[in-house]
Design a protein around this ligand. Structure first.
Ligand code: FES
Ligand SMILES: [Fe+2]
Length: 362
């Protein structure tokens, strides 16, 4: 049998290869961009920037998420430059000559255009980007004919129902800027062989050999790890004051579930909170990672609520992970690098490589 080997350097260290990967994985599929609560009411908006493509994500009067390229149909001017906000009166107004659009993108007002021959407002709505939600998570799809989000997420659509992710609210957000290729972050996330080596605090809470992975798939990779005896959750002390999510089974209350959802969501479900990492590739060797901690509103309403016990634990582990991911990037970019062998505990990483090369059977 052939030893499974890591990918050639091109996959991590080549700018042209990176652009092609972005077209396929990020501009050609549903990407995770945030949470529904960021656009709670009609007219609330959030700007998303994916590799320089600015998109307005808003909610229409009917309560449906809508997304549009952030540019005016008159002379192309960027419409919004504030990261979040609210469109007063449900109107999106261009800052240049005040063309005005509704929350569904229709052009409502275009001053002095009536005398322009052949002009009709119907011909110039905002250019839409597909937007949809799954269990409280917001996704965009830039392709012209997107498949349904439900189709892309078929394998996980019902999988995490017990956590009631749509009910959870943001307690803490932090952004990390990494000097590493986006796939190295997923690789690091997908194995715990490194845990006893670089995560002294993590190994006290969850033994690295308790990991139980599903077979690799094109739509997701993941599995779970079991909490050590006496440990309630992944926190600084290993204890938690938060009630555990009430719909979990006894097994689910003793585990943390770690899943990569192709292409850019790392979903870590704990018995009492949800951690998400959203990957925002910037270049072949740079990725911003938005790490968020979400909790049940009842836990957040308690006087002694804090997100810090979870955040501080993972912030340290994250930084340990980012450091080795950046070291990987540096080594792989060297002319001395050649592919190396994976161990049997790194099957998800080999699986990811096959997803990337298109060799994993559907
Ligand atoms: S460019 Fe937007 S109104 Fe002129
Ligand atoms: Fe790690």
């Amino acid at each position: 049998m052939r030893t499974p080997m890591t990918l050639p350097a091109t996959y991590y260290a080549d700018a042209d290869h990176f652009r092609r990967e972005m077209e396929r994985f990020f501009f050609g599929a549903w990407v995770h961009v945030g949470r529904e609560e960021q656009i709670a009411k009609p007219g609330d908006y959030l700007l998303v920037d994916l590799l320089g493509e600015s998109v307005i994500v808003t909610r229409n009067e009917a309560g449906k998420p809508r997304a549009f390229y952030n540019l005016c149909r008159h002379r192309g001017t960027r419409l919004c430059d504030k990261a979040t906000g609210h469109f007063k009166g449900g109107k999106i107004t261009c800052p240049y000559h005040a063309w005005t659009y509704g929350l569904d993108g229709a052009l409502l007002g275009a001053a002095h255009m009536d005398e322009t021959p052949g002009f009709s407002k119907d011909k110039f709505p905002l250019r839409a980007v597909a937007a949809d939600t799954w269990d409280g998570h917001l996704f965009l799809n830039f392709s012209e004919k997107p498949v349904a989000l439900r189709e892309q997420l078929a394998g996980v659509w019902e999988k995490f129902r017990p956590w009631r992710m749509e009910e959870l609210k943001l307690g803490k957000r932090v952004t990390y800027e990494l000097k590493a290729n986006w796939k190295l972050i997923i690789q690091n996330y997908s194995e715990c062989l490194h845990c006893p080596v670089i995560h002294p605090t993590l190994k006290k809470l969850s033994h690295y050999m308790t990991g139980d992975n599903e077979a690799p798939r094109n739509d997701y990779l993941g599995g779970h790890m079991t909490l050590n005896e006496g440990v309630a959750s992944m926190t600084v002390s290993g204890a938690t004051k938060r009630p555990l999510f009430r719909h979990l089974s006894d097994d689910e209350k003793r585990r943390v579930y770690y899943y990569w959802l192709n292409p850019n969501l790392l979903l870590s479900l704990h018995p009492d909170y949800m951690m998400t990492h959203t990957l925002w590739p910037k270049a072949h060797d740079r990725t911003d990672v938005v790490c968020e901690f979400h909790f049940h509103p009842e836990a957040m309403a308690r006087e002694d609520f804090t997100a810090d016990d979870a955040f501080e634990f993972w912030d340290q582990v994250n930084r340990e992970d980012w450091h080795v991911s950046e070291l990987s990037q540096l080594g792989i970019a060297s002319r001395g690098y050649t592919p190396g062998p994976y161990s049997h505990r790194e099957s998800l990483l080999h699986g990811l490589d096959l997803v990337v090369t298109g060799e994993l059977p559907a």
